[in-house]
Design a protein around this ligand. Structure first.
Ligand code: NDP
Length: 494
C-alpha cells in the first residue's frame, strides 16, 4: 500500500487493550485516544489503577526470579529477532496507526517503524555477547568481572517518537536479561500496545517479562517509579519531569537513565556547502514539526552569509506543505495536541514582542484550524540571547537565528545553554570541524549532516539533557550491574 491509497474514511477505532493481550494490565476508566489532525477516535483504552501497577511489577519480578530469561542469552536473542521480523512485516499498519495517533507524516512514520526494527535487531545480536573481564590479582587469586541484569526496569516514554524511543530502552534492557514494565505517554498508548502485543505473540517469551501500564504520568508513572520491586527507571521525556523522576527514584536508591530535553545549536560557517547547509537547517528544525529532542532550534550563521542565508531559508520555509499527514505531499504535520499548540503559540507571541518574526507565526487558514493542531513553520530573528524563546525548549516548528563574527563566538553562543543533547556544524574546513566538534559539549555532534541516528552509536545528554547513554554498547551496559567474582585458587583451599 502507498500513502496515496490511505483514506480517512476506512478507519474503525481500535478497542485496546485487546482482549487476551499478554502485556497490558489496565482495569481503570475507559479513555478515548484522538487523532490530532481530525479529532477522530483512534482507539478506546482502559487506564491502569495503582493495583494494576503493583500487579505488573509483581509479574515482572516473578519472571526475573523464576524463569530462565536472565540467564539465557540465546533465548533473548531469538525472541528479539522474531520481534524485529514482525515489526518489519507490519510496517504499513503500524505506520498508519502512528500517523493517526501522533500526527506525524506517513513517510516519517514508516521510517520510525523500520528504524525501531533495526534497533531491535542490533540488540538481538548483542544479547549473546554480554562479556565481562578477568584479571589475575595475586599468585593464586583470580577476579572475574561479569555483567548481570539490574532486575525489573520501568521504561517510561514520551509521545514524539513513541516506538523509536521505546525500543531504544526496551531492546537493550531485554537483551541484558532484565524484565520490563512499560508506561507510554498518554498521547500515544495505541501504537505502543500494538507493538508490545507483537512482541508478546512469541510463544517462547516467558509471561511477565514485558508488561504495560497505561494512564497519566502523575498517577500511573509516579506509582511505577515508586513501586518497591522496580530497580531501575529508564525515562525519556522533558527535563523537569526527569528531575522529578530522579528525586522520587532517589528515595528508593534506584538506578536511573534519563534522556531529556534540548535546545541544540546548528552552526553554519561561510566556507560550508551552503546548499547542503540549507537542507540541513530545514531538516534540523522541521522534522516532526520541531517536536524532536535533538531539534536544531538555534541556527548560528557566520555574519558574512547571514542576510543571504536567512533570505533563502525564508523562501524555503514558504514551500513547506501543511496538511493531512497521511498524504505523501504533506511536509509539515500538525502538533500532537491542543496543549502543545498553545505552548508553541505562546512562544511565538513572545518572539513577536522581543524580536522579529520573519515567516510563519500567523494562525493557519480556517481549513487547517478546523482539522488539526497546525502551527506554521516560524523563523524569528533579532532576539536577545536572554529571551525564553532562545533559552527554553519549545518543541514546535520555531527556529531562532543568530549571527556570529568568528569561530570563538560561534562556540560561545552554542555553549550558552542549559542543555547539551546535540549540535550541528557545517564547514569545509576539517580542522575547524574537529576543533568546534570537541569544544561543543553535546552528546551528539553532526558535521555536515543532521539527524542521522545509528543503533551502533551512543546518544545522550550533557548538563540538563540527561544522564547516561542509550544505543550502542554503552546503551546495553546501562541496563547491567557489574559483579566481581573473586577466587582464591590456592590448592590447599580446595
Ligand atoms: P513528559 O516529560 O511530559 O512525559 C514523558 C513521560 O513521562 C510520559 O509517559 C509521561 O506520562 C510520563 N510522566 C509525566 N509525569 C510523570 C511522573 N511524575 N512520574 C513518572 N512519569 C511521568 O515529556 P513529553 O511526553 O511531553 O515529551 C517531550 C519531551 O521529551 C521533550 O522535552 C523532549 O525533549 C523529550 N525527549 C527527549 C529525548 C531524548 O532522547 N533526550 C527524546 C524524545 C523526547 P503522560 O504522557 O501521561 O504525561
Amino acid at each position: 500500500m502507498n500513502a496515496g491509497t490511505l483514506s480517512r474514511g476506512d478507519w474503525a477505532a481500535l478497542r485496546l487493550p485487546i482482549a487476551g493481550s499478554r502485556v497490558v494490565v489496565a482495569r481503570g476508566d475507559e479513555v478515548e485516544d484522538l487523532d490530532p489532525t481530525t479529532q477522530e477516535v483512534v482507539a478506546r483504552l482502559r487506564t491502569s489503577i495503582p493495583a494494576d501497577v503493583a500487579e505488573a511489577v509483581g509479574r515482572a519480578e516473578a519472571a526475573f526470579k523464576t524463569t530462565s530469561w536472565r540467564s539465557d542469552g540465546r533465548l533473548r536473542s531469538q525472541v528479539l529477532w522474531r520481534f524485529a521480523e514482525r515489526l518489519r512485516t507490519n510496517v504499513e499498519p503500524l505506520a498508519e496507526l502512528l500517523t493517526r495517533e501522533q500526527g506525524k507524516t506517513i513517510g516519517e512514520a514508516r521510517s520510525e517503524i523500520s528504524g525501531s526494527a533495526d534497533m531491535v535487531e542490533y540488540y538481538a545480536g548483542l544479547a549473546r555477547s554480554l562479556y565481562g573481564r578477568s584479571a589475575v590479582l595475586g599468585e593464586h587469586v583470580h577476579g572475574v568481572v561479569v555483567r548481570e541484569p539490574v532486575g525489573v526496569v520501568a521504561v517510561i516514554t514520551p509521545w514524539n517518537w513513541p516506538l523509536t524511543l521505546l525500543m531504544r530502552s526496551l531492546a537493550p534492557a531485554l537483551a541484558a536479561g532484565n524484565t520490563c514494565v512499560v508506561k507510554p505517554a498518554s498521547l500515544t498508548p495505541a501504537i505502543t500496545v500494538r507493538a508490545l502485543d507483537l512482541l508478546a505473540e512469541d510463544g517462547t517469551l516467558p509471561d511477565g517479562v514485558v508488561t504495560c501500564v497505561l494512564g497519566p504520568g502523575s498517577v500511573v508513572g509516579d506509582a511505577l517509579v515508586g513501586a518497591p520491586g522496580v530497580e531501575m527507571i529508564a525515562f525519556t521525556g522533558e527535563s523537569g519531569t526527569g528531575t522529578a523522576v530522579m528525586q522520587r527514584a532517589a528515595l528508593g536508591t534506584r538506578k536511573v537513565a534519563l534522556e531529556l530535553g534540548g535546545k541544540s545549536p546548528n552552526i553554519v560557517f561561510a566556507d560550508a556547502n551552503l546548499e547542503k547547509a540549507l537542507d540541513g537547517a530545514m531538516n534540523a528544525i522541521f522534522t516532526t514539526s520541531g517536536q524532536i529532542c535533538t531539534a536544531g532550534s538555534r541556527l548560528l550563521l557566520e555574519s558574512s552569509i547571514y542576510e543571504s542565508f536567512v533570505a533563502r531559508l525564508v523562501e524555503r520555509v514558504a514551500t513547506l506543505q501543511m496538511g493531512d499527514p497521511l498524504l505523501a505531499t504533506t511536509t509539515l504535520a500538525p502538533l500532537v495536541s491542543a496543549d502543545q499548540r498553545r505552548t508553541v503559540e505562546d512562544y511565538i507571541a513572545l518572539g513577536r514582542k522581543e524580536g522579529t518574526v520573519l515567516t510563519g507565526g500567523e494562525p493557519p487558514s480556517e481549513e487547517y484550524l478546523a482539522r488539526g493542531y497546525f502551527v506554521p513553520a516560524t523563523v524569528i530573528v533579532d532576539l536577545p540571547l536572554t529571551s525564553a524563546v532562545v533559552r527554553e525548549e519549545i518543541f514546535g516548528p520555531v527556529l531562532t537565528v543568530h549571527p556570529f563574527a568568528a569561530e570563538g563566538e560561534a562556540v560561545a553562543l552554542a555553549e550558552d545553554t542549559d542543555f547539551g543533547l546535540a549540535a550541528g556544524i557545517w564547514t569545509s574546513d576539517l580542522d575547524r570541524a574537529w576543533r568546534v566538534g570537541r569544544a561543543v559539549r553535546s552528546g551528539t555532534v553532526w558535521i555536515n549532516t543532521y539527524h542521522h541516528f545509528y543503533p551502533e552509536a551512543e546518544v545522550g545528554g550533557f548538563r540538563r539533557s540527561g544522564l547516561g547513554r542509550q544505543q550502542g554498547i554503552e546503551g546495553l551496559l546501562e541496563f547491567t550491574e557489574t559483579k566481581h567474582l573473586n577466587f582464591d585458587a590456592k590448592p590447599t583451599l580446595w
